[in-house]
Design a protein around this ligand. Structure first.
Ligand SMILES: Cc1cc2nc3c(=O)[nH]c(=O)nc-3n(C[C@H](O)[C@H](O)[C@H](O)COP(=O)(O)OP(=O)(O)OC[C@H]3O[C@@H](n4cnc5c(N)ncnc54)[C@H](O)[C@@H]3O)c2cc1C
Length: 379
């Protein structure tokens, strides 16, 4: 197995590294999960876009560089290594976009993708409802055809919508055939959050940021051109989005290899050698991040040979989310009582705790692995 990169890939890495070194803000931006921080992050996204680093793997017509998945991984490694700002465009670029490339019409792609790439139009995801989380097919939001107006009227409530209070648009499912079996009769809509009949109410997370929102839909109009995929086929389209989320695009290994490198630095700074158990935890975090990187290379090899992400993406999500919690726990252990006063590691830890919940809880991922990877009986 040859794990070395080609000359042009190394050149791309050098270009990305130099640009990031010259452009990443010296002071970290305020959290993108606050109104002030979100606005500053959008400015950063525009700079990334202008330098054609916002969506490296996309077609040039949409602001990309037609980079391979390998080059995308390289860019991600460099991005996290440079400690660059969180991507507030991520729900659009990493989740909706792969689905638009697969199911969108050329008109939808031309209209939506460039504005998404530049951060001009930001997206949030509207799956969860007050009575539908893990059991997504239990959603009750409904859409009724308005033939005269050429579209649909949506009514219902979405919740836990990340950055919903700051975004322009939301993608999500509504029930379009109430008589159909639960997983059928759902349609995938692209909703304008400024439209009449849409009320967005932000609410705080445990860490104090206003990172979540409830989205209330009362006869909100969505034109036909904003239906993604076929009417009543939304489940299949939504599964493509969740596959991207769990499998590859949401959490690239660069995020964890960079965090493991910072953990190693922290260990050295704190003279942590005094506690052999903490030393073992640091080594384990580094090895796990490296294992995830190697496993991702295997996934990318399979994808570039034509495979589609399958149930194995649940294994990936389990691995990175649990690794992230352990890694941050180790950092807090190294900081000892200073952890209380520390900003970044403590904030990172609080967010890591939500990893086993979002993108489908880890209990659900274990069910998927048991039934669809290992072929175990449901009961
Ligand atoms: C940081 C964060 C960001 C989020 N962002 C978004 C977003 O942008 N958009 C969005 O739509 N949602 C978002 N969510 C919501 C998230 O998708 C849900 O919280 C998640 O799907 C779980 O749903 P629930 O909270 O209703 O819990 P429930 O489904 O009620 O589950 C409660 C508990 O029961 C367990 N459980 C449920 N069913 C089973 C089963 N069959 N077998 C074993 N255990 C089971 C679950 O694992 C969990 O531990 C976000 C959540 C977090 C934490």
């Amino acid at each position: 197995m040859d794990l070395s990169y080609r000359e042009e890939e190394e050149a791309f890495r050098a270009e990305a590294r130099a640009w990031l070194a010259a452009n990443v803000p010296a002071e970290p931006l305020p959290s993108g999960d606050t109104a002030e921080g979100f606005a500053l992050h959008k400015e950063w996204e525009q700079r990334l876009f202008d330098a054609r680093f916002a969506v490296v793997s996309w077609p040039e017509a949409y602001g990309g560089r037609e980079a391979s998945l390998w080059e995308w991984l390289i860019f991600e490694e460099e991005y996290y290594r440079a400690h660059a700002p969180q991507r507030v465009t991520q729900n659009g670029i990493f989740l909706l976009a792969p689905t638009l490339f697969e199911f969108g019409t050329p008109e939808q792609q031309d209209r939506i993708l460039p504005r998404m790439a530049s951060g001009e139009e930001t997206w949030c995801q509207g799956w969860s409802e007050p009575d539908a989380g893990s059991d997504l097919a239990a959603i009750r939001s409904r859409a009724v055809r308005d033939g005269d107006a050429g579209g649909w009227r949506l009514t219902g409530q979405k919740t836990w919508t990340t950055r919903g209070a700051f975004c322009d648009r939301m993608f999500g499912l509504c029930r379009t055939d109430p008589d159909a079996e639960r997983h059928r009769g759902l349609t995938y809509f692209l909703v304008d959050l400024r439209a009449e009949g849409v009320t967005v109410r932000g609410f705080g997370r445990l860490d104090g940021d206003e990172g979540f929102a409830d989205v209330f839909l009362e006869d909100a109009f969505v034109p036909d051109r904003d239906v993604l995929g076929e009417v009543n086929e939304g489940w299949r389209v939504a599964m493509a989005t969740t596959g991207s989320e769990r499998g590859l695009t949401l959490r690239s290994p660069g995020r964890f290899t960079a965090a493991a490198a910072r953990l190693t630095d922290l260990y050295r700074e704190r003279g942590g050698a005094a506690d052999p158990l903490l030393r073992d935890d640091v080594v384990r975090a580094w090895m796990d991040a490296e294992a995830y990187r190697l496993q991702t290379l295997q996934t990318v090899t399979a994808l570039s040979e034509g495979a589609r992400p399958g149930a194995e993406s649940s294994l990936t999500k389990l691995f990175w989310s649990e690794l992230d919690v352990r890694l941050h726990e180790t950092a807090l252990g190294l900081l000892g009582p200073d952890a209380e006063a520390d900003g970044p590691w403590m904030k990172g830890y609080q967010f890591a705790l939500s990893g086993p919940i979002y993108a489908g809880t880890n209990e659900i991922q274990r069910n998927v692995v048991a039934e669809r990877v290992l072929g175990l009986p449901r009961r």
